[in-house]
Ligand binder design. Structure first.
Ligand SMILES: *[C@@H]1O[C@H](CO)[C@@H](O)[C@H](O)[C@H]1NC(C)=O
Ligand SMILES: *[C@@H]1O[C@H](CO)[C@@H](O)[C@H](O)[C@H]1NC(C)=O
Length: 481
């Protein structure tokens, strides 16, 4: 019995250990499965909450005070304003230009425009500024429209207000034009007469309001951090209320698109329709989708395939051309010191963006594409920045956008009910298909694809852009909200 028992016992022991082992294995499996499920659930939740979920609209203080602290009563008057190119500014420029002319300058490498502004282009800009640019007649040109200043949230905000001349049998509708960087209200000089003149096919015409963004050109800069794009949206909404427009249409491009988009999100009952010449949804999900679309470009981009893919080429381009973004998002005040001290440095920095973003192929041409521009027009914009000493404060907007990135992302994921219309130019930097735009703008009425033009659409193609705005507003106003 005993040996039998022994032989019997052993297998039982083995079975027991096996069972125990199985039990522990089972427990480990269970733990791993449950743990895995939890991790996957957490990842899904993380993905969901950071990519898909629609956040609630945060509450905003509509009266943040951006000016210096004073005990003075808030002045709400609207004062006429005139642009000035002072004698001392002109004298100072002459001295700096003379110093530049005498200095030894670094020549560009042969056959290359890719290293930044090209020596010959700079030479042309210098010569134009020195010998062809007439301060007197240009300041007169810039003052052809009515300029005003009014204090909003502690800041003196500049704007142009242009009413249509002949309005017989026409409805006059207010249109807010929002510029970007390195633009100014100067971008709109060509489009304004087109928007404020009656067109035969339309029974309305525009009254245009074009403000300088806070910290840009003739508008005062904030005294403390935080005036990022959605805060600018609040300032512009308050500006429109001051002027007397409770409801209005909005057109924007570049940063003007971001601000207009925030206005449509925060004030859907005031923005009657939003027309954008840079129609983009900046959310993380949009970027991720376009990136994944590399696997099957046609599935994502349809007729925009050639403009979006290969995405790796796009990324390469962004990397090569976005150094300024990084610089301005990190040390705006440092680069600003150099730009505010050198007129030709400032001109190079600004004009390079106009040339490149109008057509990326310009960087491969010897004149950087300058030949296609009216240099006087480009110089006006440089002078607007120079004469107001506002380059540094304009650059700070990039820093604010990064510091307030969470809120920008949150707002980019809150859909707006405002009817929206996108105008894509041929060469604009970021292009997105309609279905991605609809996540942010479910009421996307139409997108127009132009076979001309670049990033500075209103400046470069005023006829095409104004026609598109007229058509958009006609459709917007026929829709019941
Ligand atoms: C100015 O006012 C703001 C807001 O009321 C406050 O946070 C800040 O400390 C004040 N600054 C000074 C220098 O008084
Ligand atoms: C450039 O544009 C200005 C108006 O801004 C105009 O006065 C000037 O004649 C134009 N120059 C050329 C060469 O077309």
């Amino acid at each position: 019995m005993a040996p039998k028992k022994k032989t019997n016992k052993k297998p039982i022991e083995i079975k027991q250990t096996l069972r125990n082992e199985r039990k522990t294995n089972f427990n480990i499996c269970k733990v791993i499965t449950i743990g895995g499920a939890v991790v996957i659930a957490m990842l899904f939740y993380k993905f969901y909450s950071s990519f898909l979920a629609t956040p609630d609209l945060p509450e905003f203080d509509l009266n943040v005070w951006w000016g210096r602290n004073t005990s003075e009563r808030h002045d709400t008057s609207i004062r006429p304003y005139r642009i000035l190119f002072s004698d001392s500014m002109q004298e100072n420029l002459r001295r700096k230009m003379e110093a530049y002319r005498r200095a030894t300058r670094v020549k560009s490498l042969e056959d290359s425009s890719k290293y930044g502004i090209n020596y010959d282009v700079l030479g042309q800009i210098f010569a134009h500024w020195q010998f062809k640019y007439k301060y007197g007649s240009r300041v007169k040109y810039l003052n052809q429209y009515n300029h005003y200043i009014t204090n909003v949230q502690g800041l003196d905000i500049h704007f142009m207000r242009i009413k249509p001349k002949n309005t017989e049998n026409l409805k006059v509708v207010p249109l807010l034009l929002i510029h970007g960087w390195p633009s100014s209200v100067r971008d709109f000089y060509g489009i304004i007469p087109l928007l404020t003149s009656a067109k035969q096919e339309y029974n309305f015409v525009f009254e245009v309001i074009a403000p300088s963004l806070p910290g840009f050109a003739f508008s005062q800069a904030p005294a403390r951090p935080g005036l990022t794009t959605y805060q600018m949206a609040i300032v512009l909404r308050n500006l429109m209320a001051r002027i007397g427009h409770k409801q209005f249409y909005v057109h924007g491009g570049d940063i003007g698109h971001a601000i207009g988009s925030h206005m449509a999100t925060l004030f859907p009952n005031q923005v009657l329709g939003f027309h954008s010449s840079t129609p983009v949804n900046p959310s993380k999900l949009a970027h991720l989708t376009l990136m994944l679309g590399e696997i099957c470009p046609k599935c994502v981009a349809n007729d925009l395939v050639d403009k979006i893919y290969p995405y790796t080429d796009k990324l390469q381009f962004y990397l090569e051309e976005s150094g300024y973004l990084h610089l301005q998002s990190t040390k705006p005040d440092t680069v600003g010191i150099a730009l505010q001290d050198s007129p030709l440095g400032l001109a190079s920095y600004i004009i390079e963006k106009y040339l490149l973003f109008t057509d990326p192929a310009n960087k491969y041409t010897h004149d950087g594409g300058l030949g296609a521009f009216n240099v006087t027009d480009l110089m006006d914009n440089v002078l607007v920045y120079w004469s107001t000493g506002s380059i540094t404060t304009s650059l700070r907007l990039y820093k604010e956008s990064i510091l307030n990135y969470e809120m920008e992302e949150t707002l980019s994921r809150i859909p707006t009910s405002v009817p929206t219309w996108g105008l894509r130019t041929k060469y604009d930097l970021i292009q997105q298909p309609d279905f991605i735009l609809r996540w942010k703008y479910p009421n996307l009425v139409r997108t127009t694809n132009l076979d001309v033009g670049g990033h500075f659409a209103a400046f470069e193609k005023p006829i095409e852009v104004s026609s598109d705005i007229f058509e958009a507003v006609k459709v917007f106003s026929s829709m019941k909200k």
